[in-house]
Design a protein around this ligand. Structure first.
Ligand SMILES: Cc1cc2nc3c(=O)[nH]c(=O)nc-3n(C[C@H](O)[C@H](O)[C@H](O)COP(=O)(O)OP(=O)(O)OC[C@H]3O[C@@H](n4cnc5c(N)ncnc54)[C@H](O)[C@@H]3O)c2cc1C
Length: 213
């Protein structure tokens, strides 16, 4: 058929050295952003978490559906990140196309903004580390989905639709495995799915496969 148009793929490396950095998100990926920014020589790193600050000790009497959380500090955060809890990101502010700050506000227990609590954190660089909310519907997958009419699994964060038996997408001879299929996940799953997809492709090409299941 028609050759695919090439998909634009990023630009120059992002380096945090000498910059004021804001990381949106409170998970492991956010921690990696914090640590990497410090190692690259960031001037200041602020991490925003929409959840309330957990207690120093877990409440052992918490019952389902509540989770007995406690305050944890990763080795990256211990390097000096300023952590803001119960804070939402309202707006990225810029001048002449360059980021200058992140406008935030405090939120109530339902994560709704509290009027009058807005503040701006200086930022030259911001990372959005909220992958579990699903990928933005832009970028290579969406572009290819549009070009090739690949079915998207809208129930699971706009991932490419494919099952975990043969990894076939809705487009003939196109397979999907790993994060693009199952969403933000772990390396072990990506390896397993990659192997199983390879076997499925081998079977389709050769009629059978000697690759392990
Ligand atoms: C900051 C961070 C920390 C993480 N920490 C951990 C951890 O500690 N432990 C863990 O198990 N998991 C971790 N994960 C998750 C883990 O990295 C992923 O689950 C895993 O990498 C998924 O593998 P994948 O092969 O499906 O996708 P990816 O590793 O994302 O590989 C996709 C590849 O496709 C390439 N690509 C994209 N578009 C195109 C195109 N059009 N043409 C050609 N190439 C293209 C990309 O450049 C990339 O190399 C982390 C993720 C992040 C972001």
């Amino acid at each position: 058929g028609e050759p695919l148009q090439s998909v634009a793929w990023p630009s120059p490396p992002i380096v945090a050295g000498g910059q004021h950095v804001v990381v949106v998100g409170g998970g492991d990926t956010a921690s990696d952003c914090v640590g990497t920014a410090f190692r690259q020589g960031a001037v200041r790193v602020t991490q925003l978490d929409i959840r309330p600050q957990p207690p120093e000790k877990e409440d052992k009497l918490s019952v389902w559906p509540y989770w007995a959380t406690k305050m944890r500090t990763s080795s990256s955060q211990a390097e000096g990140a300023e952590r803001e809890f119960q804070v939402a990101t309202l707006e990225f502010i810029g001048e002449d196309g360059a980021l200058t700050g992140v406008k935030c506000c405090e939120v109530d227990e339902k994560r709704k903004p509290i009027a009058g609590t807005e503040f701006v954190i200086r930022a030259d660089l911001a990372f959005i580390a909220i992958g579990f909310a699903g990928p933005a519907a832009v970028g290579p997958v969406s572009e290819l989905a549009g070009q090739m009419k690949i079915a998207i699994d809208s129930r699971r964060s706009n991932n490419v639709e494919a099952n975990d038996r043969d990894y076939k997408t809705s487009v003939e001879k196109l397979y999907a495995a790993g994060d693009v299929r199952r969403g933000q996940s772990l390396v072990v799953w990506a390896i397993r799915e990659g192997r199983q997809a390879a076997r499925s492709i081998d079977e389709a090409l050769m009629g059978s496969s000697v690759l392990p299941r």
